[in-house]
Structure formats: C-alpha cells, structure tokens
Design a binder for this molecule. Structure first.
Ligand code: HEM
Length: 304
C-alpha cells in the first residue's frame, strides 16, 4: 500500500506557509532533484510538516514514466457576470504547517535557500487558524469536510491506479471584499453560505437557497457525492486578506465540476453568491505524490 504524505491529514496546526515556484527552464533536472531532496530534509526547531506537490509539466519532467489519470494544468474559467478564475499554474508547491509562526518561518526560509537556485518564487503567503477555524468572513470552514477513512477516500488516488496514495490538489488564493460582505445582514450572509454563522448549522429544504455556497459545492453526480478534502486557511493583512483555498481529491475533475458550479459555468444557469464577495487571484492544479513516489522522483538519476 502506498502511503500518502502525512501532512495532508495532520490536524491541529495553527500556522501555515505556502510557497509556489516556477522552475527555471534552464535548471538541470538533477539540480532540481537535489534542491527538492534538501528542501524535504529541512526540520524546524519544533514539529512541523511539509507537503510538496507538482504542476503537470514539472511532474512530467521529473517523472517521465507515468502520469496520474486526468492530470492537467489549470485552465482559466469564464464565469457569469464578469466573474472569472485565472490560471497561474506553477511548478512546485510547498505547504508547511506547524503550531508556531516562528517555526513555519524557519522552515520556509530554509526550503527557499535550496529552491531559489532552481526556481522563481511566485507565491509567498503565510496562513493562520482564525478563531475557532473560521474563515475571515466569520463562518466556520471545514464543517462538512469528510473525516478519517472518508477523508482518505475523498483525497487519495486508490490502489491500482497510477499515482496511488497520491492526491490531486487545487490551490487558489482568494481575496475577500469584507466591507461588501459585512454590508449584508447576518441572515443575508447565512443565505450566501447556506449555514448559520455562529454554529455552522446547515439550512434544510426550502430554507437553503440554490445560490448558496453549500448548494453549489455539496454535489452528487449520478447518485455519487463528489467529495473533496479541504485544508484551506485564512491569510493576509489589513489591506489585503482572504482564504488560501487548498483541497485534495482522488480525481482532478471533481475540482473542475465544483468550480464550474460556483462560477455559473455548469449549464444550469445558477452560480454561487459567494463569488460576489471574494475572488480567486491564483489557481493551480497539482499532484502530491505518495511518500514512496516522492522519494523516487527526488532521487531518480536521469541522463540529460
Ligand atoms: C473564498 C473562498 C471560499 C470560502 C470563504 C469558502 C467557505 C466555505 C464555508 C464557510 C463552508 C461551509 C462549512 C464547511 O462545510 O466547511 C464551505 C463548504 C464547502 N466548500 Fe467552500 N469556500 C470557498 C471556496 C471553495 C471552493 C473554491 C471550493 C471548491 C472548488 C469549495 C468547496 C466547498 C465544499 C465541497 C464544501 C462542503 C459542502 C458540503 O458538503 O456541505 N469552497 N466553504
């Protein structure tokens, strides 16, 4: 059985760091492997976890022998009312977690000391747990996330398929327009999300608007729920803040289906009201290989 990168399922961490790199086209593949090996060996002063994932071009370069089914770069998506999702597809993502801000900083600086020689830093973002795991819009984020075995089933490519024990990943930096969201009454905000604000109770039946975020993302296809496993966290400063959306899935197309439903591009004429108050400014699809596959791609000897 192929084991996943452990950090995907780590619970209880309060500080996060995300760095995304574009590999230098001229960097030798063996130097990229060496940088990755060094980066993955970094240990912080206190416990931390690092998950690494690759864009499809970088994956094919590091591992020309097999490709997870359906793995592709993120393509920009045009939505309703001028809303859109840009593609900023990059090559390598590191997601660092720890219980301390200083430790995530220590780890990310050490990772960068190896990676900067082979890639350009394109995203440099610190995330944090906000209150009782709320998003900055004030709602608890993660309530309907699958738990334990269900989380693994939603997130991991099953045994027998190329990439088993690995996961497809969607990352998106969303920027919130909090003044616009806060101009709504609490009950209007709740109708945007589809859950109550203080205690995250889902609306039932007629009370659930078809345009609510939960209506658009709690989706079944031919009787099968298209579950994903979310690990997003808030980030930001007074001037700019939002959510670094980060989710794992056994099938890449689940992300695409949910995004199309959110942005009114799924053909049913409905979109998610949440996109009026927050917009994605980055989007990439990644593959987070199993531990075994990761060790293998970092140590393969290729003739260049
Ligand atoms: C600004 C961006 C976003 C915010 C603030 C946000 C916030 C939330 C909140 C508050 C909930 C309800 C509580 C929960 O179950 O976690 C939720 C549920 C959910 N969201 Fe998001 N979300 C965002 C973007 C996205 C995106 C881009 C996707 C998918 C591509 C997504 C997929 C989901 C799913 C699958 C659920 C659970 C639905 C269910 O089964 O009840 N979200 N989100």
């Amino acid at each position: 059985m192929s084991l996943p990168q452990a950090g995907i399922f780590t619970e209880g961490r309060t500080h996060f760091y995300y760095v995304e790199y574009q590999l230098h086209p001229e960097a030798a593949t063996q130097d990229v492997r060496q940088a990755l090996r060094s980066a993955l060996a970094v240990k912080g002063e206190k416990a931390s976890e690092t998950v690494v994932a690759f864009g499809n071009k970088a994956w094919d370069r590091l591992n020309p022998t097999w490709h997870p089914e359906g793995f592709q770069a993120f393509s920009a998506l045009a939505g309703v009312d001028g809303a859109s999702v840009p593609s900023t597809q990059r090559d390598v993502l590191f997601w660092i977690q720890s219980g301390r801000r200083d430790v995530t900083m220590q780890v990310v600086l050490a990772i960068h000391s190896f990676m900067h020689a082979v890639g350009t830093l394109q995203l440099d973002l610190a995330g944090f747990q906000y209150l009782d795991s709320r998003d900055l819009i004030g709602f608890i984020d993660g309530t309907a996330n699958p738990k334990e075995d269900k989380a693994r089933e939603a997130a991991l490519i099953p045994e027998g398929k190329p990439g088993a024990g690995g996961a497809f990943v969607l990352s998106q930096q969303w920027v919130h327009n909090l003044p616009a969201f806060h101009a709504l009454s609490q009950s209007e905000q709740e109708r945007v999300v589809g859950r109550t604000k203080p205690d995250s109770i889902e609306f039932e039946g007629e009370a659930m608007p078809p345009t609510a975020h939960v209506s658009r993302t709690d989706y079944q296809e031919n009787g099968k729920a298209l579950k994903i496993f979310r690990r997003s966290a808030p980030y930001g400063t007074v001037k700019e803040h939002g959510l670094y959306f980060l989710a794992f899935s056994c099938e890449l197309r689940r992300f695409q289906v949910l995004l199309e439903r959110m942005f009114g591009a799924s053909g049913d004429g409905v979109s998610d009201k949440l996109i009026r108050y927050s917009k994605p400014v980055t989007s990439s699809y990644w593959f987070a290989p199993s531990r075994e596959a990761l060790i293998q791609v970092c140590s393969l000897d290729t003739e260049e």
